[in-house]
Design a protein around this ligand. Sequence first.
Ligand SMILES: Nc1ncnc2c1ncn2[C@@H]1O[C@H](COP(=O)(O)OP(=O)(O)O)[C@@H](O)[C@H]1O
Ligand SMILES: [Mg+2]
Length: 242
Amino acid sequence: MIAIRDMSKWFGEFQVLKDITLSIPEGERLVICGPSGSGKSTLIRCMNGLERHQAGQIEIAGTPISEDGKGLAKIRKSTGMVFQQFNLYPHLSILENCVLAPMWVHKIARKQAEATALEYLERVNIAAQANKYPHQLSGGQQQRAAIARTLCIGPKIMLFDEPTSALDPEMIKEVLDVMVDLAAEQITMICVTHEMGFARRVADRVVFMDRGEIVEAAAPDAFFDDPQSPRSKAFLAKVFSH
Ligand SMILES: Nc1ncnc2c1ncn2[C@@H]1O[C@H](COP(=O)(O)OP(=O)(O)O)[C@@H](O)[C@H]1O
Ligand SMILES: [Mg+2]
């Protein structure tokens, strides 16, 4: 589903991603972890063209991400992204947030778009909040709304960038529960997270990044029980000391 080969990216002089090679088969649930500043967000933002890479190739379902705007539009249509800060439109109700892209990008009629939106809002347990505005919801509810909004476009790929990091502890579980539920589907899921319990339970593979490189990629049990690189060991020791 996603093929990245020898991909590098710079911000000015600073090389943020170094020779990344990573293949993600359809339906895989991949967790990316690593210290802050290691390039995790930049890597997944490159996967839907929110950031452009300068060397190497990225292909999404056979479509290369290049300067060609057409390929990018196609990729964005089938790729959903969930951000740490929810990024709901504040001036639109939850329902309107959910029907916007289906109606304007995917050209779905309002009635159908609303029916689909309500279905997904039901699924993440906030159908009762459909007519409220984002600021009237808790952080956990907003993030679940953001996930529902993403599902409304029928994505083949879901990218999550630390979806629970901005949440109070008591809300983390309600969002993770929704993500665990989602993981049962055939959507390809790439999730930057430090929720190691989630990673162990749901991930097919864990990728550990440090300083712009993929240092280790392994099945969760292997990664957590027997990390190979000194850098992964140091990282895991820190994460589990909290
Ligand atoms: N738009 C940008 N311009 C310049 N530097 C950036 C930009 N975005 C991120 N960086 C830098 O790139 C590095 C990796 O950032 P990021 O991908 O956000 O890491 P992570 O998500 O792992 O914390 C950091 O050093 C960060 O400061
Ligand atoms: Mg980040």
